[in-house]
Structure formats: structure tokens, C-alpha cells
Design a protein around this ligand. Sequence first.
Ligand code: NDP
Ligand SMILES: CC[C@](O)(C(C)=O)C(=O)O
Ligand code: MG
Ligand code: MG
Length: 341
Amino acid sequence: MAKVYYNGDVNENVLKGKTVAIIGYGSQGHAHAQNLRESGVDVVVGLRAGSSWEKAKEDGFQVETVQDAAAKAEIIMILLPDEHQPKVYKEAIEPELSAGKSLVFAHGFNIHFNQIVPPSHVDVFLVAPKGPGHLVRRTYTEGAGVPALIAVYQDATGEAKDYALAYAKEIGAARAGVLETTFKEETETDLFGEQAVLCGGTSALVKAGFETLVDAGYQPEVAYFECLHELKLIVDLMYEGGLEYMRYSISDTAQWGDFQAGSRIVTDQTKAEMRAILTDIQKGTFAKGWILENQLNRPEFNAINEAEKNHPLEKVGRELREMMPFVKAAKQKGVVTSAKS
Ligand SMILES: NC(=O)C1=CN([C@@H]2O[C@H](COP(=O)(O)OP(=O)(O)OC[C@H]3O[C@@H](n4cnc5c(N)ncnc54)[C@H](OP(=O)(O)O)[C@@H]3O)[C@@H](O)[C@H]2O)C=CC1
Ligand SMILES: CC[C@](O)(C(C)=O)C(=O)O
Ligand SMILES: [Mg+2]
Ligand SMILES: [Mg+2]
């Protein structure tokens, strides 16, 4: 079994006296900055002028331009959207990379696909939480954490792995488990997971189930509860105790249906598509397409995003969630109907 690092395995003292620059204050940025600060680490946040700058200031952080933050810190964590990172790196971070500093990522995309090529005199490592930033923050405040992967790409100081482990511990990840990997493995598995299973696969499954029921004349509200709302409750059981615990909790009728129908939904053809998706990732075809889409100002991304927001599943979901104050968090934060910047 792979070595899994927990709090007791980590020497967090390597971060004593160091300043960490968190570049970006979005999903991951706000969580890393707040968790590190509460763990006693000195944090400076690097941003452009705008709404995140105001938010980070309100949250009590020292906020600087990206270049000034990079200049002040020994450890520079880049938590900008992957597609913005190469330009910001070139203009504002690279000039501040004196020998012995550490350049850190939460995802290996730009290093693995050669969009950022750092100088050899700095450490380059990643600390990649295996979960959304808002959960990295929420679980930390609950005394728990989201697991993370670490990987060292360049070890100029001889201490890169110790820094990575300490960083992972201070954001709460070593409460859940930290695994060592490579940039290649993290990048390819993360892209595969989000495309085939966690985001692409699940969204398509939910929509297909909803559409099948509605097209057959069932009420959209019933279809929403059945195919989307209840998914969280079922996945919570898997999270707590695997498929076995989920199957313990559901009825035997549901379990028999699970055994009979699952392989009719995820067929050999589905698995062949999964392998094709993985091949596109491994060969860099996906990365090339995403880089090009951004160079063209995202025509396809924006069109699909708009159409998805207007899907009947989303419309009925918005109405039903109005009546469930306990699931209103995203709406209250004003994020559910706006695209991410
Ligand atoms: N989202 C997640 O949960 C996960 C993300 N990751 C990785 O973490 C990294 C960050 O992703 P994520 O947190 O989703 O990113 P977000 O999209 O949430 O980042 C947005 C932040 O970046 C800032 N920003 C954007 N462009 C610039 C710019 N040109 N100059 C300065 N600041 C800018 C925004 O500021 P402003 O308000 O000014 O626009 C905002 O603070 C990525 O590498 C991603 O792959 C890894 C694991 C999970
Ligand atoms: C599943 C999507 C993710 O990889 C993540 C939250 O881990 C991402 O890039 O946001
Ligand atoms: Mg991920
Ligand atoms: Mg990802």
C-alpha cells in the first residue's frame, strides 16, 4: 500500500519564519490563505485590483500586487485559474524567483504541459487538495480536512518534500491523508476524474436521468429530487462507508436494481470512451484544445455555459432550493447564477 502521511509524520517547523504568498483568492486561494493563517503561518495575498482584492482585505489579509507578494515571500503558491497562470507567472512571478524560493501549484497542468518553465534554482512542488476549495475551508473549520497529493518537480533546496508536507499539514490535509505522487500522475488523474466521473460523467448522468423521467411525463420536481437532490444523500453514504455502506442503507429492492441496471448504464462502450478520454489527456490533446479555446476568448465554453444554466433541471432546482434554507449557501453567496470570472 502507498505511504499515506498524517499529522504525526510531518515536521511543520520548516515553515517557521517563512512567508507564504497565496496568489489568487478564489475557490482554493481563500481556503489556503485562511487555513494557513489559522495554523500560524505568515500569509500575504497577491492579486490584481478587483473584487477578490476587496474580499481578501475584508478578511483581514495583507494584500499586494502579485509581483509585490511574490517578492515578499519565500513560498509562492499559484492559485489562479490554470489558463491565467502562464501570463501572470511570466510578468509578475518569474522576476521575483531568487534562488532557494519555492514555486507551488495545486494542480500540475502548467508544469506538466510546459506552459510554465521555472528556473532551476527554485523548488517546484505541488500540494493538490482532492476536493473543492470551499470544502478545504469548511472541513478545516470543522476540525477535519480534505486529502491532498504532493509532488516534487524540482528540489533546489533539498527540502522541497518537507515544505510540501508541512504546507499540506497546515491547510488541514494531513488530518485526512497526504500521498506522494508525480506532476504527471496528479495532472492526468485529476483531469480524468473531473471529466469522466466527478463533473462530466456525473452531470451527464443526472441530466440524462432527469430528461428520461420528464420526457416520459413525470413531474420535473419529482425528477429533480430523484436524480439530483438525492444523489448527494447517496454519495454521502459512499463517502462515509464505501459502496457497502450505501448498499446497507438502501432497500434490498434498490440494491437488486443497482446490481441489474448499473452495467446497462456504464457499458463496455462507456469504458471505451473513458479510455479514449484518458488517451486525449495523456497525449496532450485535451490540454491543447483548452489552451486554444482560451486564446479565442472561450466561444464554445461560454455558449455551453449559458445553455446549461437554462436547462429545465436548473430552473426547477432553483425554485425547489428556495424552499430549502439548509441548501441555500451557494445562492446566498451570489454564485449560482453567475459564471466564474
Ligand atoms: N477549484 C478547486 O476546488 C480546485 C482547484 N485546483 C487548482 O487550483 C488552482 C486555482 O483554481 P481555483 O481556485 O478554481 O481558481 P479560481 O477560478 O477560483 O481563482 C480565481 C482567483 O484568481 C484571481 N485571478 C484571476 N485572474 C487573475 C489575474 N490575471 N491576476 C490576478 N488574479 C487573478 C481572481 O481574482 P479576481 O477577483 O480579480 O478575478 C480570483 O481571486 C488551479 O490550478 C486549479 O486547477 C485544484 C484542486 C481543486
Ligand atoms: C473535480 C474538479 C477539480 O479537479 C477539483 C475540485 O478537485 C477542479 O479542478 O476544480
Ligand atoms: Mg481535482
Ligand atoms: Mg482539477
